[in-house]
Design a protein around this ligand. Structure first.
Ligand code: AMP
Length: 203
C-alpha cells in the first residue's frame, strides 16, 4: 500500500514524500482511513511504529478541509501528551506534514514562561498539542477554550496514568464537547486503560 491509496490530499502527499517515507506503517494503514472518516480509534502502539503520523496526518487533512481563508482559526483539535519532549516531537511532526497546508498549530508545555505560548494562541491555531498541567493552567486563565474541539487525541495514555495525570485528564474531558472524535493511543492496554478509553469515547 502507498500513501496515495489512503486518499490523502496532494499537499500532504508532497510533505510525506519530502520526509522520504516510502509507504505507510501498519498502524498508519489501519488508523488513517478511520481518522479521516471521523471515527473513534483505540490503538495499541509503541513509539517508533509511526503512531504520531497515524493521527497527525488525517487530523491535518480534516482540518485543512475546514480552513476558512482570512479567518482567525479556532482550536478544533487537541492532542494531549504526557511530557514536554513528546509534545515538542509531535509539534515538529505536524510542522513537517502540514507545511503545504493552511493549518496552524502550536505546542504548549510547562517549565517555561507562558508568554510566547499565549501570544501564539492569541493569533489563533487549529491544532493544539499540550501537556496536561500547562493546558489546564492556561484554560483557568481564560486563554484557551475547548468548546470547539472536534478531535481529541490522548497520546501515550498508559504513561499519562503512570505519571499521575488521571484527574487532569478527566478534567480536560469534562471541558470537551460531547460530540467529538476521540483517538486513544497507548503502548499497553491494561484494564484501567481500557476502562479510561471507554469513558472517553462514551462521553
Ligand atoms: P513515532 O512512532 O510516531 O514516534 O515515529 C517514529 C519515527 O518514524 C519518526 O521519526 C517518524 O518520522 C518515522 N516515520 C513515521 N512514519 C513513517 C513511515 N511511513 N515511513 C518511514 N518512517 C516513518
Amino acid at each position: 500500500m502507498t500513501f496515495k491509496d489512503l486518499s490523502l490530499i496532494e499537499p500532504i502527499l508532497k510533505a510525506v514524500s519530502d520526509q522520504n517515507y516510502s509507504q505507510p506503517t501498519p498502524i498508519q494503514e489501519k488508523a488513517i482511513p478511520l481518522v479521516l472518516a471521523e471515527k473513534d480509534v483505540l490503538a495499541c502502539a509503541q513509539t517508533g511504529t509511526g503512531k504520531t503520523a497515524a493521527f497527525a496526518i488525517p487530523i491535518i487533512q480534516n482540518t485543512q478541509a475546514r480552513v476558512l481563508p482570512n479567518a482567525k482559526p479556532r482550536v478544533t483539535s487537541l492532542i494531549l501528551t504526557p511530557t514536554r519532549e513528546l509534545a515538542i516531537q509531535i509539534g515538529e511532526n505536524i510542522t513537517a506534514y502540514s507545511k503545504y497546508t493552511q493549518v496552524r498549530h502550536t505546542v504548549i508545555f510547562g517549565g517555561v514562561k507562558q508568554q510566547k505560548q499565549v501570544e501564539k494562541l492569541r493569533r489563533g491555531v487549529d491544532i493544539l498539542v499540550a501537556t496536561p498541567g500547562r493546558l489546564l493552567d492556561l484554560i483557568d486563565q481564560g486563554f484557551i477554550k475547548l468548546g470547539g474541539i472536534q478531535s481529541f487525541v490522548l497520546d501515550e495514555a498508559d504513561r499519562m496514568l503512570d505519571m499521575g495525570f488521571i484527574n487532569d485528564i478527566k478534567r480536560v474531558i469534562r471541558l470537551l464537547p460531547t460530540k467529538r472524535q476521540s483517538l486513544f493511543f497507548s503502548a499497553t492496554l491494561p484494564p484501567n486503560i481500557v476502562e479510561l478509553s471507554k469513558q472517553i469515547s462514551s462521553e
